[in-house]
Design a protein around this ligand. Structure first.
Ligand SMILES: C[S@@+](CC[C@H](N)C(=O)[O-])C[C@H]1O[C@@H](n2cnc3c(N)ncnc32)[C@H](O)[C@@H]1O
Length: 222
């Protein structure tokens, strides 16, 4: 597996992996994409609806950018965050350091970013202020849980690169993981994907995307 690091249009770096012939974020702005698609459309949305304790599930811990931005947002807004991420192919730590993602965070959250990488896999960690963090080193297909979540960041590689993660079975699994009124956010707004979301029972909202992205998706479990 080889990774390369390259800058995106907003100045933040992302990674490219030859394994999936895919980049980890939008080439039009990695930080911007994470903030708009996951923080604003998901975490901020729930916070504005009065959620104080938010159980978050992320498909693809990856660089940890979404995870650390979520802890930053939670810390700045007095939320308790219980983060669960799955990751089948952890990025080597030296690649994470070389990409200098921690420079994207205001202190002390630059340190939080690095800590999320230092913490062991497959164990629940208590962070400050009733916030929990666990990253499972597993394929999504092999993950199961009795827990329910309020929010899912569905951040798989694009359907062209990884069609096996955009199937009805996987979307049904995401639906089942959510509690009532739970929310799934993703950068993908493809017609076939949206039809599948509707078919398993989600209510859909289309929102303008960051940068050049016309549309992104918020799906709500009714
Ligand atoms: C688009 S990247 C996610 C970026 C990440 N959310 C971030 O903030 O950097 C997709 C991630 O899913 C992981 N992945 C790919 N196939 C997977 C699978 N079957 N199960 C779990 N993770 C998988 C990849 O290794 C990669 O880290």
């Amino acid at each position: 597996m080889t990774y390369s690091i390259f800058p995106t249009s907003d100045g933040s770096n992302t990674l490219y992996t030859s394994q999936f012939n895919a980049s980890y974020h939008s080439v039009h702005g990695a930080l911007e994409e994470s903030k708009v698609v996951f923080i604003q459309l998901g975490l901020q949305y729930l916070a504005e609806r009065g959620y104080q304790n938010i159980r978050l599930f992320e498909m693809g811990f990856g660089t940890g950018l979404n995870a650390a931005l979520s802890f930053q947002y939670a810390g700045q807004h007095g939320l308790n965050l219980q983060y669960t991420g799955v990751e089948a192919f952890p990025v080597p730590t030296d690649t994470i350091h070389q990409a200098n993602f921690s420079a994207l965070f205001a202190a002390p959250f630059d340190e939080t970013f690095l800590e999320l990488h230092r913490l062991s896999w497959n164990q629940d960690h208590l962070l400050e202020a009733n916030s929990h963090f666990v990253k499972w080193q597993t394929r999504l297909e092999d993950f199961s849980s009795e827990n329910k979540y309020d929010l899912i960041y569905f951040d798989a590689f694009a359907p062209e690169c990884q069609p096996e993660l955009w199937t009805e079975d996987v979307i049904q699994k995401m639906y089942n993981l959510l509690d009532g009124n739970g929310v799934l956010t993703t950068y993908c707004a493809k017609g076939i994907f949206k039809r599948t979301l509707k078919k398993v029972g989600f209510h859909l909202e289309n929102h303008p995307g960051p940068g050049r992205k016309r549309e992104i998706t918020r799906a709500i479990k009714m």
